[in-house]
Design a protein around this ligand. Structure first.
Ligand SMILES: [Zn+2]
Length: 338
C-alpha cells in the first residue's frame, strides 16, 4: 500500500514513557496547513509483546476514552514488560462533538478499513493503523460501547476467527476482561471494520461493548478499567496479579443470525419490556413502539425470534422505522465451535 501521510511525534522504538501526537494533515478555510492531533502515549520496557490499546473509534463512546486517559497518566515504564501504545481518541473530531462519525468528513472510522493513504482524514487514520500501527502490535484492543444508539449489557466481545492459535488467545483474552457475558458477534451493518483488518493481519483482537448512552455508571467505568488492566496482565504486558472472577464464570453468548437483531417496524416511542441480561422466550414481546399521534392504536410489538438473552436495547426512546431496537444472544460453548 502507499506510504501514510501521517506522522508521530513519539518514537515507537524508544524505551521509557513518551506522550505525543499522531499528526493527520488536513485543510480548512482558516488553516490551510492544519493538522489533527491524535494523543498517543508509548511505554516501552525491554523485549516482549506490544499491546495497541484504543478507544474513541466512535466519538460518543466514553468509558474506553476515560480508561485510556487514566492509563496514560498512571502507567510507568517499570510496570510494563514489552510495549504499550495508548490512543484514547482515534476519531478526535467525533470525540469532541460526541458523534459516531467524524463531523469533518462524515465518515464512520469503523467502516473505513483498510483505509486510504490519500483519502479523507478518517480514511487516512484507518490507513495509518493498517500500515503502521497494526504491524507493530501483537494484541489489538478496541474499546467500544453501543454509543448513543444502543444500550448493551456491558460485555467483552470478539469475532469468531478461524480455529487455531489466534482464536485460542482471543478467547482467553476476552474472558480475562471478567465481564458477566462474553459476546461473539457478527457484522450486521457493513464492512471495513477495524477488528477485521487487525484479525486479517493475525493479531489477537479484543473488543468490548461497555454499555451505551451518555450516562456512564461508576460500575461500567470500574469494569472497563479493571477489565483492560486484567487483559494486559493476562498477556504478560503489565505487571501484577491476574484477577479471576468471583461468582459465576463468564457466560459465552453469540448472535450470529440476522434474526437475532430486531428492527423497529414503525417510527414512534420505544418501550423496552425486558431487563438487559434477562432470559426471553421465542415469540416473547421484548418491547413495543407507541404512537403519539394515534393513542387509539395498539403499540407495535417487537418479538424475540428465538429464545435467548436480551443483550442490547435501543438507546434513545424515539425510534425511526428500521432502527435496531433489540439484540437477542444465545448460549454457546466456544470449545465445540469449528
Ligand atoms: Zn463503537
Amino acid at each position: 500500500m502507499e506510504r501514510s501521510q501521517l506522522s508521530a511525534t513519539v518514537d515507537f522504538e524508544k524505551p521509557g514513557k513518551q506522550h505525543g501526537h499522531i499528526r493527520v494533515p488536513y485543510s480548512y478555510d482558516l488553516g490551510g496547513w492544519a493538522n489533527l492531533l491524535l494523543p498517543v502515549t508509548v511505554l516501552g520496557n525491554g523485549k516482549g509483546r506490544t499491546a495497541l490499546v484504543m478507544a474513541g473509534n466512535h466519538g460518543d463512546e466514553y468509558p474506553g476514552q476515560v480508561a485510556i486517559l487514566r492509563l496514560m497518566r498512571e502507567l510507568q515504564p517499570e510496570q510494563v514488560h514489552g510495549r504499550v501504545i495508548l490512543i484514547p481518541a482515534l476519531n478526535v473530531p467525533a470525540s469532541r462533538a460526541g458523534t459516531r462519525p467524524s463531523p469533518l468528513d462524515g465518515k464512520n472510522l469503523n467502516r473505513c478499513f483498510p483505509g486510504k493513504a490519500d483519502g479523507t482524514p478518517t480514511e487516512m487514520v484507518a490507513h495509518y493503523l493498517t500500515t503502521v500501527l497494526f504491524p507493530q502490535a501483537d494484541i489489538v484492543i478496541d474499546i467500544h460501547t453501543g454509543g448513543r444508539s444502543l444500550d448493551f449489557y456491558p460485555c467483552a466481545t470478539m469475532h469468531l476467527v478461524p480455529p487455531g492459535e489466534q482464536r485460542r488467545q482471543m478467547l482467553e483474552g476476552t474472558l480475562a476482561w471478567g465481564s458477566d457475558f462474553a459476546f461473539m458477534y457478527t457484522d450486521i451493518a457493513g464492512t471495513g471494520l477495524l477488528p477485521v483488518e487487525a484479525e486479517r493481519q493475525g493479531k489477537i483482537v479484543i473488543t468490548t461493548e461497555m454499555g451505551g448512552g451518555e450516562p456512564v455508571s461508576a460500575g461500567v467505568h470500574r469494569l472497563t478499567q479493571g477489565g483492560l488492566r486484567n487483559v494486559l496482565v493476562h498477556f504478560g504486558i503489565l505487571a501484577g496479579e491476574k484477577r479471576t472472577r468471583r461468582g459465576a464464570p463468564t457466560r459465552w453468548v453469540q448472535a450470529l443470525s440476522g434474526d437475532d437483531y430486531r428492527f423497529a417496524p414503525e417510527s414512534g416511542i420505544w418501550e423496552a419490556m425486558v431487563d438487559l441480561g434477562a432470559e426471553v422466550a421465542a415469540g416473547q414481546t421484548v418491547g413495543q413502539i407507541h404512537f403519539l399521534e394515534r393513542p387509539d392504536r395498539e403499540p407495535a410489538a417487537v418479538q424475540a425470534a428465538s429464545a435467548g438473552l436480551f443483550l442490547a436495547s435501543r438507546g434513545p426512546s424515539r425510534v425511526v422505522q428500521g432502527d435496531c431496537v433489540a439484540c437477542i444472544a444465545h448460549d454457546v460453548d466456544p470449545a465445540v465451535l469449528v
